[in-house]
Design a binder for this molecule. Sequence first.
Ligand code: CS2
Ligand code: MG
Length: 419
Amino acid sequence: MAIGMNIAKADVFVHSPGRNFVTLKIVTESGLVGYGDATVNGRELSVASYLRDHLLPIIIGRDAQNIEDTWQYLYRGSYWRRGPITMTAIAAIDMALWDIKAKAANVPLYQLLGGASRVGCLAYGHASGSDFKEIFDSIRYHQEKGYRAIRVQAAVPSLNSVYGVPGIGKSSKGKSAGKRHDYEPAQRSSKPVEEEWDTRAYLNHMPKVFEAVRNEFGPELPLLHDAHHRLTPIEAARLGKSLEPYDLFWLEDLTPAENTDVFRLIRQHTTTPIAVGEVFNSIFDYKALFEEQLIDYVRSPVSHAGGITALRKIFDYAAIYQIKSGVHGPTDVSPIGHAASLHLGMAIHNYGISEYMQHNSETNDVFEPEYTFKDGLIHPGTSAGLGVSYNEKLAASFEYKPAYLPVNRLKIDGTVHDW
Ligand code: CS2
Ligand code: MG
């Protein structure tokens, strides 16, 4: 047994460098430090409490090397399995232990997961706009930054705001190309902001958007779109079918994700590839979807799906069915969570693509991620471990402030709607 590998100390930090993040730090008796991302957007303090009050007291003194055993101890031992808070808390510990293991071995984490299967991880960026010109400018802006695959979100005529599209209705003319959709930092409030929704207007508009984008950019550019769980099964089928001529890389989160049975109906109607899972947190969420071959991409990030240990199993299970990874990578996944997903992405065979919304400078100054983005590919870096740190002193200067994701209501009568 290696000396000094027991867990000596574990701390949780909740700070807001650029946006709210929950960060776990584990230290071994020998002084090795591992980091984990425990952020659940809008519910940060619940995960912090789950860790501080329930998990950290029982992992002190455990051998940091026995990652699988610790995972099973926390998952099976709690009796109350699954759920975003539980699985994110377990994920953070798992990530930190893998970080420690790779540092002890003095290799970048992907080496312990099987080594590099590719030169880098293909990433997609977020383009959006209020009209076609803004969308085109935004796509060009992302291409100039190096992206080789682009998600396109568009304002819907008659709606004042659409989640994922910044600055609708504001005087954004000519300044839209680099506008970010970072919901939380822009929308801090003591109660959720309310947005409006009109499915009919959306379904009628999206084929026009993708037709215009294909006419402008040609057939080669991989394009993605996120419906953010807002559709019924038959509406989802219609959207997939109506976008077939524009050859999407994927359509994401078509329907409220807890009812996975609906993918049978959607699949019967369209060949547009389907991605789902950013709100899943367990391999069991995917079981029927894999076995019945109902989806094409797995959206879970390491931080919300129980960690590297758990997501690795999900990806290996998916591989049997030729289903690929398509990891969630918005700014509410911290650089630690991103790095963990990237190391796994480097190693697995069935890698697909990663969402890569770039963090702002405050976030990057605190976490100092070593991953690099070049020619459309992200590489997790070659230093030992995850390649991410946490500047506690600097982080402490960014005080946590409660922030919520929005609530969606139907424009026609104000009924709360899925989003
Ligand atoms: C979105 C996210 O990136 C995506 O695909 O669905 O912006 C998502 O809404 C947020 O991460 C929620 O916290
Ligand atoms: Mg999404």
